[in-house]
Every structure is written in structure tokens, then in C-alpha cells.
Design a protein around this ligand. Structure first.
Ligand SMILES: NC(=O)c1ccc[n+]([C@@H]2O[C@H](COP(=O)([O-])OP(=O)(O)OC[C@H]3O[C@@H](n4cnc5c(N)ncnc54)[C@H](OP(=O)(O)O)[C@@H]3O)[C@@H](O)[C@H]2O)c1
Length: 261
């Protein structure tokens, strides 16, 4: 740990990022490639993850593969956890559970199918993928990293949007992170949450554009601006690499100070 390379290089590691077809998932994938990790990129829009994989392989000289998959399908997760290690030439030792959905609706009328989808994508899928990755790492006697994409709404409710399923699933994901960190510490598998604030992406642009929302968000944020998608990269490189070797079960906020007051 006496050089920048020693602190932050991900060379020789293999990462898997879910939801890498847009927004923060793209940035997580770029972050791992900047660090030198080989990467598998997962989303339902297979064309997008395949294109990004080709771009990262070309720009960063890493191995990269895009795999079309739905994270709510156990069969797809099994396929991914066979295809990705085979394509990259070894176990996935950095898992970024980033895929997420954020349906809105008044709590008193919140639709059951939207609730079920949010729990399936935001909470159940990260657990199903984490356990598949951990089983393989434990069997191979390899350490690893799991990064779950939480939110400011892992800790607090939203006064801007009606997000009951989202806030419930993201809070549960943060505490699942702690439980996995405790159970898997003995195997050297470190598990952490990143908690972003408001960042414009496909998921959030329309909401931000609604009258008054951007101004409200900026007023709630000590840094007085929204985040930029690429501002997630540093947190991913830190939590995936040697610099965070004594960090597990934590929530790393990337929110312009939103949760500080
Ligand atoms: N942007 C923000 O302000 C913000 C703040 C806090 C937390 N977050 C979290 O950051 C993560 C990424 O969000 P984003 O803002 O980047 O949104 P986004 O641009 O809409 O990206 C969501 C990603 O999840 C994937 N996904 C959704 N359902 C899926 C499924 N069933 N199977 C596989 N992939 C699925 C989508 O890919 P396909 O549609 O191609 O499958 C897409 O790549 C989410 O967990 C979100 O909660 C975002």
C-alpha cells in the first residue's frame, strides 16, 4: 500500500456489474475497467452491454463481456455465473449489484405488481447473485468484494417522490449488506453499500425535470447541486480495491452531503 497502484489497482481481478446498460451501472463498469479489472456487464438490453464491453476492452485493454440477462430470473443468474467466469478466465471476485428500479405511487394505492418488482430487482436479485458469487469464492478459497447500490433512501424517506417500495427495498439492502459482511468476513469477502444522492440518469431525469424538483433537491443538498454520474466512480474503485481492505458492512454516501443534515 505504498503506491497509488498498490492502493487502487484492480488488475488481476474480475468484476461483474448488473444494470450496466445505462446510468450509474455504466459508470461502475468504467470504474472497474479504469482500475484494470476484467468485467462482465449484465442487463436486459443485451445490445447496450455488449457495445459497452467492446468499448471498455478497446479503451482500457481489459477483457470485457456483455451478457443479456434479467436479474429477477434465477435461470439467468445461473447462466451469468457460468458464462462470466468462463469468458473472463476465473472467478468473479468483485460483484457490483447496481440494477435497480424506482416505481412511484401514493402509498395508499401502491400497486402490488410494482411493489413486487421493486423488491425482486432491488433486494432479492442482489441476494441471489451475492450468494452465487460467494459460494464460488468460498469453494475456491478466494477473497472478494461485493458492492450493493443503495441510496440516500436506504436511510431516510423521500419528501420529493412517493417511493414506498424503493425506500423499503433500499433500506433492506443496506441491512442485508451488513449481515452478509458479518457472515462472510471469515472468508475475506467484504460487503459494502454505496449510497448515492440525486444524479440525473434514465431513471431520474423525468422526475428531476418536473416543476420545482431540481431546485428543491439542490436546496436539500449542502453542495447545492445534483451529482454527475461519473462521480460514482471513485467510490467503486475504493470499495473494490486494496485501499478498502479494512472496510466492510459500511455505507459510503456519495450524495453531496445530503445525509449530513
Ligand atoms: N440516479 C440516481 O439518482 C440514483 C440515486 C441513488 C441510487 N441509485 C441507484 O443506482 C442504480 C442505478 O440506477 P440509475 O439511476 O443508473 O438508473 P437507470 O439508468 O434506469 O439504470 C437502471 C439499470 O438497471 C437495469 N435493470 C433494471 N431492471 C433489471 C432487471 N430486471 N434485470 C437486469 N437489469 C435490470 C437496467 O437495465 P435494462 O433495462 O437494460 O435491463 C439499467 O441498466 C439503481 O440501483 C438505483 O436505485 C440511483
Amino acid at each position: 500500500m505504498d503506491s497509488i497502484e498498490g492502493l487502487f489497482s484492480l488488475r488481476g481481478h474480475r468484476g461483474l456489474v448488473t444494470g450496466a446498460s445505462s446510468g450509474l451501472g455504466v459508470e461502475c463498469a468504467i470504474a472497474l475497467a479504469i482500475g484494470g479489472a476484467d468485467v462482465a456487464l449484465i442487463a436486459r438490453r443485451a445490445d447496450r452491454v455488449k457495445d459497452l464491453a467492446a468499448k471498455l476492452a478497446n479503451e482500457y485493454r481489459v477483457k470485457a463481456i456483455g451478457i443479456g440477462a434479467d436479474v429477477t430470473s434465477e435461470a439467468d443468474l445461473d447462466r451469468v455465473m457460468n458464462e462470466a467466469p468462463a469468458a473472463l478466465g476465473g472467478e468473479i471476485d468483485i460483484l457490483v449489484n447496481n440494477a435497480g428500479v424506482s416505481p412511484t405511487g401514493r402509498a395508499e394505492n401502491f400497486k402490488r405488481e410494482l411493489w413486487d418488482e421493486a423488491i425482486a430487482v432491488n433486494l432479492t436479485a442482489p441476494m441471489m447473485l451475492a450468494q452465487r458469487a460467494a459460494r464460488r469464492l468460498i469453494a475456491a478459497k478466494m477473497p472478494g468484494r461485493i458492492i450493493n447500490m443503495g441510496s440516500i433512501y436506504s436511510s431516510v424517506a423521500s419528501s420529493v417522490y412517493r417511493l414506498s417500495a424503493y425506500t423499503a427495498s433500499k433500506a433492506a439492502l443496506a441491512n442485508l449488506t451488513r449481515q452478509l459482511a458479518v457472515e462472510w468476513a471469515q472468508y475475506g469477502i467484504l460487503v459494502n453499500t454505496i449510497a448515492p444522492g440525486w444524479i440525473p440518469t434514465e431513471a431520474t431525469e423525468a422526475g428531476i425535470a418536473k416543476a420545482g424538483n431540481k431546485q428543491r433537491m439542490e436546496e436539500f443538498t449542502p453542495l447545492a447541486r445534483l451529482g454527475k454520474p461519473e462521480e460514482i466512480r471513485g467510490a467503486v474503485i475504493f470499495l473494490a480495491g486494496p485501499a478498502s481492505s479494512y472496510v466492510t458492512g459500511s455505507v459510503l454516501s456519495v450524495d453531496g452531503g445530503y445525509q449530513a443534515w
